[in-house]
Design a protein around this ligand. Structure first.
Ligand SMILES: Cc1ncc(COP(=O)(O)O)c(C=O)c1O
Length: 300
């Protein structure tokens, strides 16, 4: 081997380092093994990439690309019938697999990437073909792409000024939903969950029956409000009675049949009972279907 001066030696080391990085990168890109960051990026911290370092576009890109690789591997597993739906561990055992310590010091990007993998490893694969549950079932790839897009947009929906495209989109979606139930006018709101939908349903029913409530509050209601719900209802229905000032005693539970359908005769009996007691005939009838559906109405 010929002799090398110091500059030549450093240049040689640099070449070797670049080859190692390239090898790691190629392995990650070809999907062999789990996605890894090149060491020059993996050892960086959050403050060495965008937005802290304006010149760190390539490093930021590499980090996010490896995170996306982890997510894509997960999507692949979710759709694999040979994969388990859940690698179940008891809480104490799971705790040992996770590093949940809240440190004052940041962690390097390579650790964050590993943590992403571990977090998904122990997740319930709700998109798995053998997973059946009422709220989260199946993973729609186009919707997933939409979620990623909205997360990257990182915006709010409160004004046209802050989210011009999304506000126009929202109008189209809400109009379509109103069309589906046969309404030609009106306004709408998207609900972020089941419990809040039940609360919205309750508020809509109360507003329908007592529109003055908006300005006059409780004094506009001439007596004790009562709501009626199925004995199969979700516990959030009772929470509505609690937070809306009725009290849980005035959330009246109506028996249902063997298929979970509220018994109309029982409902009628309880409505009459409460009317006779002088309670106010505000009724929020709630049905539980296989999909979360809340129906709120005021009976005559
Ligand atoms: C009928 C019904 N209402 C409410 C909820 C609660 O939903 P969330 O956790 O989104 O508030 C559920 C959840 O299973 C539900 O099935």
């Amino acid at each position: 081997m010929s002799k090398m001066n110091l500059d030549g030696f450093f240049s040689y080391c640099k070449q070797i380092a670049e080859h190692i990085q390239l090898g790691e990168r190629m392995a990650a890109l070809s999907g062999q093994g789990t996605p890894k960051l090149t060491s020059s990026v993996g050892n960086l911290y959050y403050d060495s990439i965008l937005p802290y370092r304006e010149d760190a576009g390539p490093q930021t890109r590499e980090f996010l690309a490896r995170v996306v690789d982890v997510l894509l591997d997960f999507v692949q597993q979710v759709n694999d019938r040979n994969e388990k739906i859940l690698d179940f561990k008891m809480p104490a055992d799971l705790q040992k697999q996770l590093d949940l310590e809240l440190r004052d010091e940041p962690l390097p990007l390579k650790t964050l990437l590993e943590d992403c993998k571990v977090a998904l490893k122990y997740q319930v694969k709700t998109g798995h073909p053998h997973f059946f549950n009422q709220l989260s079932c199946g993973l729609d790839i186009i919707s997933l792409a939409g979620e990623w897009l909205t997360a990257a947009a990182n915006t709010n929906m409160f004004t046209y000024e802050i989210a011009p495209v999304f506000i126009l989109m929202e109008n189209v979606v809400l109009k379509k939903m109103r069309d589906m139930i046969g309404w030609t006018t009106g306004d709408s709101i998207l609900a972020p969950g089941g419990s809040i939908s039940n609360l919205y349903a309750f508020l809509a029913a109360r507003h329908h029956k007592f529109p003055q409530y908006k300005e006059k509050g409780l004094s506009s209601i001439p007596g004790q409000l009562v709501m009626f719900t199925s004995d199969q209802c979700h516990y959030s229905v009772k929470s509505c009675a609690s937070v809306c000032g009725l009290g849980t005693d005035y959330c009246v539970v109506v028996k249902s049949d063997e298929r979970g359908r509220m018994l109309p005769s029982e409902l009628e009996r309880l409505v009459r009972l409460h009317k006779d007691k002088g309670n106010v005939s505000h009724h929020c009838v709630y049905r539980k279907l296989s999909l979360s559906l809340s129906l709120s109405l005021s009976l005559p």
